[in-house]
Design a protein around this ligand. Sequence first.
Ligand code: DAT
Ligand code: MG
Length: 148
Amino acid sequence: MEKTYLMIKPDGVQRNVIGEIVSRFEKKGFQLVGAKLMQVTKETAELHYAEHKERPFFGELVDFITSGPVFAMVWQGEGVIATARQMMGKTNPKEAAPGTVRGDFGVTVGKNIIHGSDSAESAEREIAIFFKEEELVSYTKLMDEWVY
Ligand code: DAT
Ligand code: MG
């Protein structure tokens, strides 16, 4: 089953929206298969955001994501990568639609509450950066009978 990496950034943790965000993905019908509150190191941040290395905001991005704990998660479900991106909203909260995580909780692009993998390749890569295989669980949810 398809998996994606979602991460509530330090601003989301400080803003007390972990529960609200987890709840949205649970209610949607997706399955949580891994989660932890963690401090991201500079090395891990640089690896995770490697594609943005040449961008002018790279330094700020690394400083921000390491500025406090994040809530790292792996979610599973049919089409979860693309649907989670839709539920997050556009990168810039000013353009993110109401009803999306960034549209509802964010104000500025530098503090946009949540990260989500943008493709199958990114998802695989990012899950491997943040989780060991034994930290992910495989289990049956009776709910799935009513989702699929
Ligand atoms: P996304 O997080 O929607 O995948 P991205 O991969 O283009 O967006 O950028 C990664 C993060 O970098 C983004 O969540 C916030 C930050 N960022 C992007 N564009 C920025 C900009 N123009 N100024 C400051 N930060 C920016
Ligand atoms: Mg991205």
